[in-house]
Design a protein around this ligand. Structure first.
Ligand code: DGL
Length: 291
């Protein structure tokens, strides 16, 4: 049986908390995998999860009211994400939550895990595989401004890439271009090239042969980014690893024979949501909810 305990419930009177825990239903074959991001970036992770778990019911949650996370402070993100995931868990009773957002995970993963009695999969920059693959011992970490300054990234670099030149770059522009692309506006090649140019202007950057896509929005621009980077540079992301971890954490569980329609849940009813419907449908998300 999966139970969840929202962090804000810790502040509630004991009688309220006990009532909430008693009210949690047992894990059923229809319990969804809940994939969370600030916006549409987590769809790149959802695609990998669907590839391995086609029968999984999906709830995709986007905190569009508060997007973009990459421009927020650590304090703001740490305060918002556990409480929001608690509300989502209470409403949808997921079997597992996937934080498909490097910014949220590198800042708030530990807080979320201590707040919720549910398996939580975090997304962290793929520094390890990039360093393993780098022939020239030089990699770039391309994420949001908030992600690339995190101590979490310092630790990944110290553990897995200490013998590499590591160039970090935060790009809100690429996040905005990915959001626009999924609303039907293609990303102009010159805008993508301008967004990655600061990486290749750094001393030693001519040796970079691996670029870590440390924001889940960026695989949505994989072709555009590949065209904007120098020839021979590989793009590495965490999506496949997250999907494998999700499979591992749900092994042995029951799934419905036919997957139910996927749900996309947003935190704000913005006028541009209809523009997203074709892209959401392409990821099997056919119903929109508001939190
Ligand atoms: N997709 C998110 C990430 O992986 C963040 C985008 C944003 O909200 O700035 O970090």
């Amino acid at each position: 049986m999966a139970t969840c305990r929202a962090v804000w419930m810790r502040l509630a009177p004991r009688s309220v908390l006990q009532k909430f825990l008693r009210a949690m239903p047992p894990l059923t074959a229809t319990a969804p995998v809940l994939v969370f991001d600030s916006g549409v970036g987590g769809l790149s992770v959802l695609a990998e999860i669907r590839g391995l778990l086609p029968q999984a019911p999906i709830v995709y949650a986007a905190d569009n009211a508060w997007h973009p996370y990459g421009q927020k402070s650590e304090h703001e993100i740490a305060a918002r994400v556990p409480a929001l995931l608690g509300r989502l868990a209470e409403r949808y009773h997921p079997r597992v939550i996937v934080i498909a957002c490097n910014t949220a995970a590198t800042i708030a993963l530990a807080d979320v895990r201590s707040a919720l009695d549910l398996p939580i999969v975090g997304t962290v920059p793929a520094v390890k595989p990039a360093a393993l693959a780098s022939v020239n011992r030089a990699i770039a970490v391309l994420g949001t401004a908030a992600t690339v300054r995190q101590p979490y990234v310092d630790r990944l670099v110290a553990e897995f890439a200490s013998d590499c030149l590591v160039i970090r770059h935060g790009s809100p522009e690429l996040v905005a271009l990915a959001e626009a692309k999924l609303r039907g506006t293609p990303a102009p090649a010159d805008a993508v090239a301008a967004a990655v140019a600061p990486i290749f202007a750094q001393p030693g950057a001519e040796r970079v042969d691996q670029v870590v896509l440390a924001c889940t929005h960026f695989p949505l621009l994989r072709d555009e980014l590949a065209a904007a980077c120098p020839p021979g540079v590989a793009l590495v992301d965490s999506g496949a690893g997250i999907a494998r971890r999700t499979v591992f954490l749900t092994q042995g569980q029951e799934w419905a024979d036919t997957p139910s329609d996927g749900i996309a849940v947003f935190t704000a009813n913005t006028p541009d949501l209809p523009l997203l419907m074709p892209a959401l449908n392409g990821y099997g998300l056919t119903r929109i909810d508001l939190l």
